[in-house]
Design a protein around this ligand. Structure first.
Ligand code: FES
Length: 104
């Protein structure tokens, strides 16, 4: 059964902002896009840039180094969706932002 962990407070992630949390031995970037939250690995598979430093537009974050674009909803590389980074279900419970962890 999936389990949820509180990783931030809603107030910590303003609209248009993000935070990076360490969960399951990886860094996960949590984005707030107009009140909707998304969580993807904070790691670009091209050369390892931090995606939390990227630019968000049209449901994608653009890597700050070489501009690969990843969909926030599912972590797919927008130019070749067969390539994916981790994307995690995220929930708001009152003031808490909770990440749903995969079964391991
Ligand atoms: S490191 Fe992200 S596109 Fe190159």
């Amino acid at each position: 059964m999936p389990r949820r962990v509180t990783v931030a407070k809603v107030a910590d992630i303003p609209d248009g902002g993000n935070v990076v949390v360490s969960v399951l031995q990886r860094d996960v970037a949590i984005f707030n896009v107009k009140g909707e939250f998304f969580a993807i690995d904070d790691f670009c598979p091209h050369m390892g840039a931090s995606l939390s430093g990227g630019y968000v537009e049209d449901g994608c974050v653009t890597c700050p180094w070489h501009f690969w674009r990843f969909r926030l909803a599912d972590g797919a590389w927008d130019d070749n969706p067969k390539v994916k980074i981790g994307a995690y279900p995220i929930h708001v419970d009152g003031a808490d932002v909770q990440l749903e962890l995969p079964d391991v």
